[in-house]
Design a protein around this ligand. Sequence first.
Ligand code: C5J
Length: 232
Amino acid sequence: MTEHETGQRLEVDASPYSYAFDPHHTALLVIDMQRDFLEPGGFGATLGNDVGLLQRVVPPLRDTLHATRAAGLTVVHTREGHLPDLSDCPPAKRRRGAPTLRIGDDGPLGRVLIRGEYGHGIIDDLAPLPTETVIDKPGKGAFYATALDTVLREAAITHLIVTGVTTEVCVHTTVREANDRGYDCLVLTDCVGSYLPDLHRYALDMISAQGGIFGWVAPSQNYLKALQERIP
Ligand code: C5J
């Protein structure tokens, strides 16, 4: 189905200019809202980050998720993490830096960044519904070594509303990957977050600069306002 066939064209007040989308061809992408990034003792904390900085993302993202579900749009969640035998974890990723614990080590939330462990799970406030797709990804980008592109194409999705953590790492990598695959991405500025506020700001600027080199940015309120115009 095309935008013309469904006759729905919603517009979000966004930067660098308004973002138009057809809700039938748009998915909300919720990236890596996992305990491993948001709670003490997880992967983010092992890298020396103040994980409390990501909490501000939760209330607006919860509202956005609920409104998106109520409007009937597709919702896709992602989780970064590795197989228990680490066969999908590049040794360089595990070796890099001087974290207090390395990927796969036992920590307070279970083995760090390992699928099936408590820390790998999505936080309760944003728990996926059984009907929603959850993409497990070994990398920073949600398209790398996953079925995400196939899932989206089978659902005729062309537009992505992007949320989650962290802005300059997994969100940015995913937006870049999506851009190269032809998706139009709108990043919701208050629904993405970083441990590094300066990088968060620059990462958002990098998306909308140069006439929207990677896509659009807007606060979630602007997206929610556009959703209200939707004809069921
Ligand atoms: C990181 C992510 N920061 N989800 N992962 O390592 O952004």
